[in-house]
Design a protein around this ligand. Structure first.
Ligand SMILES: [Zn+2]
Length: 301
């Protein structure tokens, strides 16, 4: 019989092998298809074999002639979920570690314009989420979203509602009225891994009921504070039957997955004009493996 450690090592090896095999086979088959399409579409006259490279976003281009040879992505997943926090000037009481997550309003608008510039049917699709329930969700984000006909999900801590610089009940209702989705971010923004059962009951179950009472409809989505979870937290969440559980593990999310990783935008990323293209680009294999192992470790610990 295998011990716990040997079993875990075997499982990790199998996952590594599957990931390596799957990505290399898919990439090979995909590039072959792209090359065939390229030749078929009339570039046979050029000398030698055409090299194919990935342009910004999803379409693929020939690196020599620049022709777009396929609009299909080779991503194995199909959703990039961006995660925002506060916008504009952080309130004076903001802790220094939280300042890192505040974006300037004009950079947020720029990012939304980048999202709008993408063709609606191109994969991966982009979804927008906001954590923490800052007042800037309604004061700054909501008008920008509404002007562009975009929607987003807002994750709110009921224990903070009505406090300085946070959303109050009327603002939350404004979000719902504008067609935005509202989910729970725990009662008081605590690390769920460090709570006992009574604490989890308040943070997850009671918070959900309080939020549902405010918005007058069921709350079906949740984002985990600090993205901190383990086997016990996931078991507790599974009992509650959420439609989607959001983390901040980065990378692409599958449409069909219940546990969805998001990518957090930070202040240090905001001035890069190509940040959206960078996030949409398929990451190197070693980064995909590192993320897969990190997610596996969090689920098992
Ligand atoms: Zn948070």
């Amino acid at each position: 019989m295998l011990g716990d450690r040997q079993g875990l090592a075997l499982l990790v090896s199998l996952i590594l092998y599957y990931n390596l095999y799957n990505s290399s086979v898919k990439r090979f088959v995909f590039l072959q298809g792209v090359k065939e399409a390229h030749y078929k579409w009339g570039n046979k006259g050029r000398r030698g074999r055409q090299s194919i490279s990935r342009g910004a976003g999803c379409p693929l281009h020939c690196s020599r002639c620049g022709v777009m040879v396929s609009s299909k992505s080779n991503n194995m997943a199909n959703e990039l979920i961006l995660n925002f926090h506060g916008l504009g000037e952080p309130p004076p009481c903001t802790a220094s570690e939280e300042m890192l997550y505040w974006l300037r309003a004009e950079r947020f608008s720029y990012l939304l314009d980048q999202v709008m510039d993408r063709s609606p049917n191109v994969e991966p699709k982009i979804s927008l989420t906001f954590d923490d329930g800052n007042a800037s969700d309604v004061l700054l984000a909501l008008p920008e979203l509404a002007n562009r006909g975009l929607t987003a999900s807002f994750f709110i801590c009921p224990g903070r509602i009505g406090r300085n610089h946070y959303l109050d009940e009327a603002m939350i209702k404004d979000l719902v009225g504008a067609g935005m989705s509202v989910g729970s971010h725990g009662m008081n923004h605590q690390d769920w891994r460090h709570l006992d059962s009574a604490g989890l009951e308040v943070e997850i179950s009671v918070a959900r009921r309080m939020l549902a009472d405010i918005i007058g409809q069921p709350v079906t989505v949740v984002s985990i504070p600090f993205g901190s979870y383990d086997r016990r937290v996931l078991r507790w969440l599974a009992r509650e039957q959420w439609d989607v559980i959001y983390t901040v593990d980065g990378g692409m999310a599958r449409d069909t997955s219940k546990l969805k990783p998001r990518t957090t935008l930070t202040a240090s990323m905001q001035d890069r004009d190509d940040i959206l293209q960078e996030l949409l680009r398929a990451p190197y294999l070693h980064l995909r493996l590192r993320r897969a192992l990190s997610r596996l470790w969090k689920r098992l610990r």
